[in-house]
Design a protein around this ligand. Structure first.
Ligand code: AMP
Ligand code: GLY
Length: 435
């Protein structure tokens, strides 16, 4: 039995642990809180700050794992895989230099441009205010300003949503410059966003089913941006508003980026390349890459993974993914997050919740809750994810929603994720822009 060190303690790590365990691994978790689901799956569980590499090192030494899987972006960007490699432990997570794919927006935009990879919007990286006004004039009403670093999705401000004109854009860009010395200004793309995650061994990439996440807090895509309120995937592994060519285009882009990363850094990306793409009137464009599994997207794809996940992890590490046929079940999934009332701004942290009888066929994954003798307490972030799996998205949605209704306490969830009303709107929008 392989021993796997798992870093992280959210719902994403809960589903990673479940999938590894079902593939025959023993799990040793290092996380910052006691996730009740992970506790049940782990042989040992150490709590500590994910920034505390000394603590992570000594836990790793005591466990002596066969390999590590690192879930969240922060420890990856901080070089956790580098630190583990120094101890001769290989990770399903990239080294710091290639993790810039997620941690630096300008690095990724420049990489595509330098290697002639199609997929960037019009963009410019600024190191000073000079030239911003002229470039914004070129973009007109369609602009986005991006801080250059890991900001938990909060560093991006979009015209119309967060910025009402060029002077607000420049003011925010100057804030980003003061904080990070660099800022990206780019064209605002119009279309439907989707997530396409790929396993990558440094040379070969294998894509997972496409998923659509929902970032806004409230029904109808209203309210503030969140870490993601829920997501769905379809039985054919496409999305209802995409065709096979769209997925092929995104998938080729990921392959080209993996090759460009190796050429640029001399280091192979070993882990999950998670592309945030947008289908536009002119084809597929890249919004951003992440260097890890998506949360909630991991909960859509891992429960329907047919191939042994331990073998996939080993193939990523050994560089022979091309020899492993990777398969997913042809089932639809809908994931809905239960979040504290007031989330994301004024979450009802510390309150207790009770989870009733979860209907059969529903998967439940704990996120930012803390287990104690008195029960489960909310934190200020997402609490529990329910995943319905069915023949169709509609069937999967009904299953997930019935599970959400079983939770008692000061919480809410998005009722519209995965419903045909919302999906039909997306299909209509795509049709209208594609003509
Ligand atoms: P990111 O952190 O780069 O994923 O950006 C967060 C969100 O901002 C994305 O999910 C998009 O909804 C939006 N966004 C980022 N870049 C663009 C763009 N060039 N055009 C339109 N929307 C964007
Ligand atoms: N699905 C959003 C994220 O994982 O960043």
């Amino acid at each position: 039995m392989k021993k796997v060190l798992l870093v992280g303690n959210g719902a994403r790590e809960h589903v990673i642990a479940e999938t590894l365990k079902r593939s025959g691994a023993r799990i040793y978790t290092f996380g910052k809180a006691r996730n009740p689901g992970l506790l049940g799956l782990s042989e040992e569980y150490e709590t500590g700050s994910l920034k505390d590499f000394d603590a992570l090192r000594s836990f790793t030494r005591s466990v002596d794992p066969d390999f590590a899987v690192i879930g969240p972006d922060d420890p990856i960007a901080d070089g956790a895989a580098d630190m583990l490699l120094e101890m001769d432990i290989k990770s399903v997570a990239p080294l710091k230099t290639v993790a810039r794919l997620e941690s630096s927006k300008s690095f990724t935009r420049d990489l595509l441009e330098k290697h002639g990879i199609k997929g960037n919007p019009l963009f410019k990286v600024f190191y000073e205010e000079a030239g911003m006004k002229e470039f914004l004039n070129e973009l007109g009403d369609f602009f986005v300003v991006k801080a250059d670093g890991l900001m938990g999705g909060k560093g991006v401000k979009v015209a119309g949503d967060h910025l009402s004109g060029h002077s607000e854009a420049i003011a925010y860009a100057k804030e980003c410059l003061a904080a990070g010395g660099r800022v990206v200004i780019e064209e605002k793309l119009v279309g439907q966003e989707f997530s396409l995650m790929s396993f990558c061994d440094g040379k070969n990439t294998i894509e997972m089913p496409a998923v659509q996440d929902h970032k806004r807090a409230y029904d109808g895509d209203k309210g503030p941006n969140t870490g993601g309120m829920g997501s769905y995937s379809d039985a054919d592994h496409l999305l209802p508003f995409l065709n096979e060519n769209d997925i092929a285009e995104a998938s080729v882009l990921t392959q080209e980026v993996a090759a460009a990363l190796l050429e640029e850094t001399g280091s192979m990306f070993k882990g999950i390349m998670y592309g945030g793409f947008i289908a536009t009137a002119n084809g597929i464009r890249l919004i951003e890459y992440n260097a890890r599994f998506g949360d909630p997207e991991a909960m859509n794809v891992l429960p329907i993974l047919k191939t042994n996940f331990v073998e996939i992890c080993e193939a990523i590490i050994n560089g022979d993914l091309d020899k492993l046929p990777v398969e997913f079940e042809n089932r639809a999934t809908v994931c809905k997050y239960i979040v504290p009332e007031g989330y994301p701004e004024n979450s009802a942290a510390g309150e207790r919740i009770e989870i009733g009888r979860v209907p059969e066929g529903v998967k439940m994954y704990y996120a930012s809750v803390d287990a104690s003798d008195e029960g489960i307490r909310l934190s200020n972030s997402r609490a529990v994810a329910f995943v319905g799996i069915g023949e169709t998205v509609t069937e999967a949605e009904k299953i997930a929603a019935s599970a959400c209704d079983s939770v008692r306490g000061p919480v809410f969830y998005r009722k519209d994720i995965g419903t045909s009303d919302l999906i039909d709107q997306r299909i209509a929008m795509m049709k209208s822009i594609r003509g």
